[in-house]
Design a protein around this ligand. Structure first.
Ligand SMILES: [Zn+2]
Length: 271
């Protein structure tokens, strides 16, 4: 049992190929067999057709939801225990705390030769509220637009647990208050005793291995560390493509800090 879906629904989805399990190298595993102890695996649900209208983007993508098998199993176990102890109301709390990453696939995967790809870290304030303290919102919409405009399409991987470069939304809110007291975005993390950047790209790498395979790919990013992290996980055929969007007065200091930290941003990009 690796999902809290109804077992009959689960069986049907597996038979239809819409519920899959892959290993970190992106290879398919048997979804009916529990992964060996210590063998990390990712469950994938989809494709789910998703019509999208976001800024200037109007398209249809195939959405896949992805979650670690271990995380899902843990939630299932805890949920079962809670149910028997009458704590069923806590189930939603457990389920909503799972980091469910997303894949948005544009175009025909079998035709990809060197697809355009974006691995986007979740940012509630930027992506959803349109905050101008960072440039995440324009980068997300801009990435979808660029991928949609590619003749063969491409892929967007949305990393759910990457809020505040991995420190979570609560701590990120605290860093904003520290930033307003004069610290830069990295100093603020350190003041909280947290790393500058604790994002883990392991699942993103597994998804890229699975969806793109050994083909070369172009990655929309200004962050050399992201390219290096993915290369360390076997994705050595990545060409970074600059993705500078959403630069404005309100995030100039934030982007300056990113540039000093190592992001590939020139003075001209931020002018
Ligand atoms: Zn952001």
């Amino acid at each position: 049992m690796f999902t809290y879906l109804d077992p009959n629904v689960r069986r049907k989805l597996i038979a239809q190929g819409k519920l899959r399990r892959i290993n970190l190298q992106g290879r398919a595993l048997d979804p009916n067999v529990a992964p060996a102890e210590g063998e990390p695996a990712v469950n994938l649900l989809g494709p789910i057709p998703l019509p999208i209208r976001l800024h200037r983007v109007h398209t249809q993508v195939q959405w896949y939801a992805s979650v670690r098998s271990t995380e899902l199993t843990k939630v299932e176990e805890l949920a079962g225990a809670l149910r028997t102890q009458g704590g069923g109301n806590l189930f939603s709390l457990l389920a909503s705390s799972m980091a469910v990453n997303s894949v948005l696939a544009v175009g025909e995967q079998s035709e990809w030769k060197n697809p355009l790809v974006r691995v986007h870290s979740s940012c509630l304030t930027g992506d959803v509220f349109g905050s101008e303290r960072c440039e995440c919102g324009p980068q997300l919409a801009g990435a979808l637009e660029r991928i949609t405009n590619e003749p063969g399409g491409g892929l967007l991987v949305y990393m759910a647990g990457h809020e505040g470069r991995g420190i979570g939304l609560w701590a990120k809110a605290a860093t904003y208050l520290l930033q307003d007291a004069g610290e830069d975005t990295y100093q603020a993390n350190r003041s909280l005793g947290l790393p500058d950047d604790s994002r883990d790209f392991t699942d993103a790498a597994a998804l890229l291995h699975h969806f793109v395979g050994n083909k070369p790919m172009r990655l929309l990013t200004n962050n050399p560390k992201k390219v290096q992290d993915l290369a360390n996980m076997g994705l050595t055929h990545i060409t970074p493509v600059k993705h500078v969007l959403g630069v404005g007065e309100r995030n100039r200091r934030y982007l300056d800090a990113k540039r000093l930290w190592g992001h590939q941003l020139d003075e001209d990009d931020l002018a």
